[in-house]
Ligand binder design. Sequence first.
Ligand code: 4AD
Ligand code: MG
Length: 479
Amino acid sequence: IRRSKVAHLLKETGFGKEVNVKGWVRTRRGNKFVNFIALNDGSSIHNLQIVADTTKFGDELLRRIATGSAISVNGTLNESEGSGQNVEIQAAEIEVIGECSPDHYPLQPKKHSLEFLREIAHLRFRTNTFGAITRVRHAMIFAVHQFFSNKGFYNIHTPIITASDAEGAGEMFRVTTLDLNNPPKTEDGEIDYSQDFFGKSTHLTVSGQLEGELAAMGMSDIYTFGPTFRAENSNTTRHLAEFWMIEPEMAFYDLNDNMDLAEEFTKYLINYALAHCAEDLAFLSKRLQEEEKNKKADERSMELLEKLRFVVENDYARITYSEAIDILMNSKPHKKGKFQYQITGFGSDLQAEHERFLVEKHFKKPVILTDYPMSIKAFYMKQSDDGKTVRAMDVLFPQIGEIIGGSQREDNYDKLLERMRVLNLPEKEMYWYLDTRRFGSVPHSGFGLGFERLMLFVTGMTNIRDVIPFPRSPKNAEF
Ligand code: 4AD
Ligand code: MG
């Protein structure tokens, strides 16, 4: 008999059918007449109940069916009354594939804290919480490709090793094959990267955007979905050193078109999760509510599904950075408190607390902020006529703050070159980027959605290390 997945069997109605199922035991309980085994194979938040006659299988075998062990079961699919599910399996044969000693297995059949699970990250996939997160993550990846494919966008793989710095946003991870204990030196005593593998110094990419722009200047509408790397030493719950970013880039789009796409895209993803991940989201929501109970009333956050609907059912507010600064300078975030970081005026960079205030307290809907000061944004953004701002946009979400960063791009060759000179960017080495503005330049725009920020929002998790299977953060690259 071919192996069936638990998720599939739980929906089956062909009672009396012979089936095989394999998975890991969550719990076993029983008496001298009957044993009940809860089996999970990662395909569902629900376990499949296996019913085994105690005398038929005997104590010796049953004892080996401990929490964490892997088994294969042949049996009959039956309608179930007691298990909380519609179906159960009456076992005919059970094989223990991999034993698991209860004395050493760190996962017990109870709820573990997320902190504890982070310490045993190699076993997290065996838990309901990470099973749910992993399935939602998969669904979101799929929805990203579906959204863009339906719109006629092409997926472009951009390089992971690169010589350019797209963002100037923080430290980059250097890639080298030189022996850094004994590196070749230039006459000035600097490390001579001309002798390195690529003949120049290279890094892991911080963004696929610049290469994405090259593709858009021929393919019209493209998107990247790749890993990006930032060595910012920010040990926060919202930053990773290695994270995944989705970066659409569109020719003939201005900032308004860009905002429309960002709003449509994020709503599509959340609607997709609501439609396709209902059981997992219900589980995560319940888990979250249990944690919320321990918090003070004014620190509790919105219920998960309510929060997701909050995004899809509202038109996003669209305001300029300057308007936001005015609002923030005239607001008190809570009864007697101040913001942790004070906004001093035009030019202040917004922190997550400000972004969240605008969304959660002031507008009570997602917010798109535009027209940021040129001084705090990247070199490629289109300069406005006021000489002070750029056509930037950040999309702000409840709980998260900035979930998307993007802009209309500077399509004027002279202005772009001038800005690169002011910022000391290597114009000769970036000839390929400048060329797009020399040969058939068009207005174009794009943005980057941080995939793990999206995952935080959709799952309601509060630590970004819990929504990526193998988090990379300072002092953390276990496997
Ligand atoms: O705002 P950022 O730095 O924008 C870019 O990289 C542009 N090149 C995007 C573009 O226009 N094509 O990053 C985009 C998004 C942020 O809004 C945030 O969601 C996420 O990437 N992000 C991070 N996520 C996790 N860990 C980090 N260290 C992140 N840094 C940025
Ligand atoms: Mg940003």
